[in-house]
Design a protein around this ligand. Structure first.
Ligand code: 25A
Ligand code: L14
Length: 345
């Protein structure tokens, strides 16, 4: 009989943690037991799972004994502290925060792109940034076809990426402003309703945001090619679920829009929605709740020799976070890579 797999979800009361439970259920993940963990203030709270409810436990240093996989989405500080303890206990961590992504000992994985990097994991596997994930799902097949030189991306990111509190802030601001009250921003530095903020995560010394530099560095690590140059502008927009991206790509070799559509329509995880005459293109309201990365508006960049423009949309909470993490867990099982080298493998 196959091994019984015990799964811990750390940060189970958050926007991403709740979606992780939903994705485990929807994909009928082969777990013998799923246990939700969060901070002390949420211990005892119930979270829905498989038609019933699970009781949230407080995450502590010895929570991980007997678990095979821990899905983390409890913020970077929690991951820094608890992920090494889990790995030491023989539990493989799949971490959704930015804490471990650029660590040379941790694979950074989007299964459609680099599932092979799971082979060298040492107990902690990083789930990339949401904007990076959907971009590389679409770029990898195009890179294989024509060699990417440079990418210029601007994002239109939903508030759900910041968590449940930001979803509530957008709802409340819309209501307040429509009834003549002040916006009262708390989560974001400025009003987000009816506005755009060219500011996600913190500003760095080079005047880019940390979110923008994640897209630059993570893309190179996932694609395994330091020759790919990326420059990014990341923008928060008043959308609840679904990140959109305007992406300009310069290739080494020619690739027509029609060739790109064919390549993308055969690529894993991608759905092409590209029929401008019929007003068909990806939109966040349609991508919300879906698993695919949607690509449309594919057209030639007429200012350079080998260039295309496109529009990429995905559900940031699913493919950008919870779904990608569960797909990593499925790939680990498939490749026989459960267990931590030197501990229980
Ligand atoms: O927001 P926090 O504080 O970072 O918390 C996020 C999750 O981690 C848990 C926390 O439990 C929550 O489950 N957590 C924090 N510290 C912990 C610790 N020391 C810890 N777990 C263990 N040990 P909590 O008990 O603090 O619960 C409060 C959280 O519950 C959510 N919430 C509030 N109101 C809600 C609600 N959920 C559903 N319905 C409601 N009405 C809310 O979580 C609150 O903080 P959240 O959704 O705001 O948190 C999401 C976190 O994940 C990050 N994030 C989002 N998308 C991504 C991402 N990180 C990486 N990649 C992504 N794609 C967010 O930035 C946020 O930190
Ligand atoms: O994964 O949208 O590093 O505010 C941190 C910022 C996820 C999105 C990450 C946001 C991001 C989040």
């Amino acid at each position: 009989m196959a091994k019984q797999i015990k799964v811990a979800v750390a940060g189970a009361t958050g926007a991403v943690g709740r979606e992780m439970l939903k994705v485990l259920e929807q994909r009928d993940f082969p777990a013998s037991e799923v246990v939700p963990f969060a901070s002390a203030r949420s211990a005892g709270q119930k979270v829905p799972f498989k038609g019933g409810e699970l009781t949230v436990r407080e995450l502590t240093e010895d929570s991980f004994a007997g678990f095979d996989i821990a899905l983390f989405s409890a913020g970077g500080g929690t991951s820094e502290k608890f992920a090494p303890l889990a790995a030491k206990a023989g539990c493989v961590v799949i971490d959704n925060s930015s804490a471990w992504r650029m660590d040379d000992a941790c694979p950074l994985v989007v299964p459609e792109v680099n599932a092979h990097d799971l082979e060298w994991h040492k107990g902690i596997i990083a789930n990339p940034n949401c904007s990076t994930i959907q971009m590389v799902v679409a770029l990898k097949p195009l890179h294989d076809a024509a060699g990417i030189r440079r990418v210029i991306v601007s994002t239109y990111q939903a508030v759900s990426g910041t968590g449940q509190k930001a979803i509530v802030e957008l709802e409340n601001q819309v209501r307040r402003l429509m009834s003549g009250q002040e916006a009262n921003p708390e989560v974001y530095p400025h009003q987000i309703a009816f506005n755009c903020l060219p500011h996600i995560d913190v500003f760095l010394d080079n005047d880019y945001t940390k979110e923008e530099m994640k897209m630059v560095k993570e893309t190179v690590k996932i694609m395994g090619d330091p020759g790919i140059k990326v420059t990014a502008t990341t923008v928060r927009v008043p959308v609840f679920y679904g990140h959109s991206e305007s992406v300009n790509v310069e290739f080494e070799r020619p690739l027509s829009p029609q060739q790109a559509r064919v390549v993308l329509s055969q690529a894993p995880g991608v759905t092409v929605l590209d029929n401008p005459r019929e007003k068909i293109y990806p939109m966040p309201i349609d991508a919300a709740g879906e698993d695919a990365t949607f690509v449309g508006r594919i057209r030639k960049d007429e200012t350079i020799e080998n260039g295309l423009n496109m529009w990429i949309v995905a559900d940031n909470i699913r493919k950008g976070a919870a779904l990608n993490a569960v797909q990593i867990a499925e790939a680990l099982i498939e490749q026989g890579l459960l267990g931590v080298p030197g501990v229980n493998r």
